[in-house]
Design a protein around this ligand. Structure first.
Ligand code: OFO
Length: 178
């Protein structure tokens, strides 16, 4: 049986993962509306991944006898982006916040001597290394391109390729219909 503290912290993380999924959906829509189809496809896939992160925790918590509690969520900013750089700066900041949140959750599990959950969270800790690194890499390229339309066009194409490679590796087929 899972302790109340760990259950509460897991529920908070479940809600953050759901928020991440909605945030990336909003960003994907903005990118599509602004002509960045590759970035849009990439972010739709990210949104699906965040939902998968949420579901893994939902199943874990339920399997350990804990109750899942969904929080009500405020609006997700769908139109407040100025540039592609702005979008990916916010992706990176969000992923850094999620990493800090998972680290703190890991700390709670250790303090509660719940080493089973701490071990389970190792997957999330590793995932965050990859997600932060991907976001930082994309942002660096966008920063190098500056305002040059040709450079941004190439980055958008690269995001489309990254997305297709990710989907092929996950065996999930093509990008969602638009
Ligand atoms: Fe990208 O964060 Fe989930 O865990």
């Amino acid at each position: 049986m899972i302790s109340k503290k760990v259950s509460k912290a897991l529920n908070e993380q479940i809600n953050k993962e759901e928020f991440s999924s909605r945030l990336y959906l909003a960003m994907a829509s903005w990118c599509q509306l602004n002509g960045y189809q590759g970035a849009s496809d990439f972010l739709y896939t990210q949104s699906d991944e965040e939902r998968m992160h949420m579901l893994k925790l939902v199943h874990y918590l339920t399997d350990r006898g804990g109750a899942v509690q969904y929080a009500s969520m405020g609006p997700v900013p769908a139109t407040g982006y100025k540039t592609l750089s702005d979008v990916f700066r916010k992706v990176l900041a969000h992923e850094e916040m999620i990493s800090a949140s998972i680290n703190s959750l890991y700390g709670i599990c250790n303090a509660e001597e719940d080493y089973t959950t701490a071990h389970y969270l190792q997957w999330y800790i590793n995932e965050q290394i990859e997600e932060e690194s991907t976001a930082r890499g994309i942002l660096d390229k966008i920063t190098l391109a500056g305002d040059q339309k040709g450079g941004l066009f190439m980055i958008d194409k690269e995001l489309s390729a990254i997305n297709l490679a990710k989907k092929a590796a996950a065996g999930t087929g093509t990008t969602p219909a638009t």
